[in-house]
Design a protein around this ligand. Structure first.
Ligand code: CO
Length: 151
């Protein structure tokens, strides 16, 4: 089911999200709905608080594939990249944000298995952007400038 993507100004986007404790059918439904919602919105990533659920779960859909990260934590962050970024909760805008160029995270999959992953370049940017959402941070907080998206 496609869920409504909450927009900047909604206080759920500013919450410190709670860790996922139950890897159950409620979580599976949320993740499946998030995937459908992301596909519909043609975005690169979506965090659970963006559909109004303040828990530590994000999805990322990039060239490298489709990923679900539950309770993700950075192991390390390296390098730097500066480039344009947008967010499905900040419609019609883009901003220039500096991010690490390479990151390693540990996380759980939907079944609660411990996993780790190294992401580079745009994938790393997407991971950083989505993990920020879990701490109530929106890219516009970090952008050097925000402007109207070109269509
Ligand atoms: Co976002």
């Amino acid at each position: 089911m496609i869920r409504t993507i909450v927009q900047i100004g909604d206080k759920v986007l500013r919450e410190k999200c709670k860790p996922v404790e139950k890897f159950d059918s409620e979580l599976f439904t949320l993740l499946d709905d998030m995937k459908e919602t992301l596909k519909d919105a043609q975005g690169a990533g979506l965090a659970a608080p963006q559909v109004g659920v303040p828990i530590r779960a994000v999805i990322v859909d990039v060239e490298e594939g489709f990923f679900e990260f539950i309770n993700p934590v950075f192991v390390w962050q390296k390098g730097e990249q500066t480039g344009p970024e947008g967010c499905l909760s900040v419609r019609g805008k883009e901003g220039v944000v500096t991010r690490p160029n390479k990151v390693k995270i540990v996380y759980k999959d939907r079944n609660g298995n411990r996993c780790s992953l190294v992401a580079h370049d745009f994938f790393a940017r997407a991971v950083c952007h989505e993990l920020d959402h879990l701490d109530g941070i929106i890219y516009t907080d970090k952008a050097v400038r925000v402007y109207d998206e070109e269509d």
